[in-house]
Write a protein that binds this ligand. Structure first.
Ligand SMILES: NC(=O)c1ccc[n+]([C@@H]2O[C@H](COP(=O)([O-])OP(=O)(O)OC[C@H]3O[C@@H](n4cnc5c(N)ncnc54)[C@H](OP(=O)(O)O)[C@@H]3O)[C@@H](O)[C@H]2O)c1
Length: 215
């Protein structure tokens, strides 16, 4: 059992929290307002799912998942440097500016990546980028797609990536579907994959998809 803290209780955060909790991990959802009872009064409370503010969540977890908006994540997570030291930070966010229709538009960090900036700002934390290349429903149910999807991994710390691959397994990802691309600079490629997403969403709506490798 891993003590997992998830920052952001939106679509991604909640889906990951439910599945990781079902898999036996202790999960804390870090909310801006932990007293907000829109979730705590539902089936989502349980022995392995707790709620706290984001700082407490980062401090008390061993593995922290960033499921907050990517465009403001660098400042927010840099502010949690002490709490995140010595831990694995899984970044699933996409740092984009919205297009006129509210869908992801331009990259906030063209020529680089949020993951690289996070790793540079948090030298005592092992940042691993993954799961940002698919609709949130696929993150916790990869087996439901007609074509096997890909979960890419980018990170400098091999042990951290191994641990994250284990958590992906708990989410339902088969080893053959996990593609370790290399160090954190490889997140430039997977963060740029978001550029295809608004076009897919405009054509097909929010039907589950992943930007995958075919061999
Ligand atoms: N939706 C997808 O299919 C998808 C797929 C791949 C990657 N992503 C990425 O995953 C991240 C979360 O996406 P989402 O769809 O779950 O978004 P969402 O439904 O809008 O949830 C984001 C959550 O982050 C928290 N939050 C919002 N603004 C914040 C702020 N300024 N400071 C701190 N916390 C804040 C909120 O949680 P509280 O109200 O509990 O504080 C909010 O519910 C984004 O970076 C997105 O790009 C999403």
């Amino acid at each position: 059992m891993t003590n997992i803290g998830i920052l952001g209780a939106g679509r991604v955060g909640l889906a990951l929290a439910r599945k990781l909790s079902e898999a036996g991990h202790h999960v804390t959802l870090g909310r801006r307002d932990p007293k907000d009872d829109t979730l705590t009064a539902t089936e989502d409370t349980g022995p392995r799912l707790a709620f706290a503010d984001q700082r407490t969540t980062a401090r008390t977890a061993d593995v922290v998942i960033n499921a907050t908006p990517g465009d403001s994540a660098l400042d927010r997570l840099t502010g949690l440097r002490t709490e995140l030291a010595g831990k694995i930070l899984i970044d699933v966010s996409n740092a984009t500016r919205e297009a006129a229709d509210g869908l992801p538009g331009e990259l906030c960090h063209p020529g680089g990546s949020l993951a690289e900036l996070l790793q540079a700002a948090l030298p005592e934390t092992a940042v691993v980028k993954t799961l940002n290349t698919m609709l949130f429903t696929v993150m916790t149910a990869p087996e439901t797609l007609g074509t096997p999807p890909t979960a890419y991994l980018s990170g400098d710390d091999e042990r951290a990536k191994k641990a994250v691959a284990g958590l992906l397994g708990d989410l339902g990802w088969q080893p053959a579907w996990i593609e370790d691309l290399g160090d954190i600079t490889t997140a430039r490629a997977t963060e740029a994959m978001i550029l295809v997403v608004p076009h897919v969403l405009r054509r097909h709506g929010f039907a589950p998809f992943a930007v995958s490798l075919a061999r």
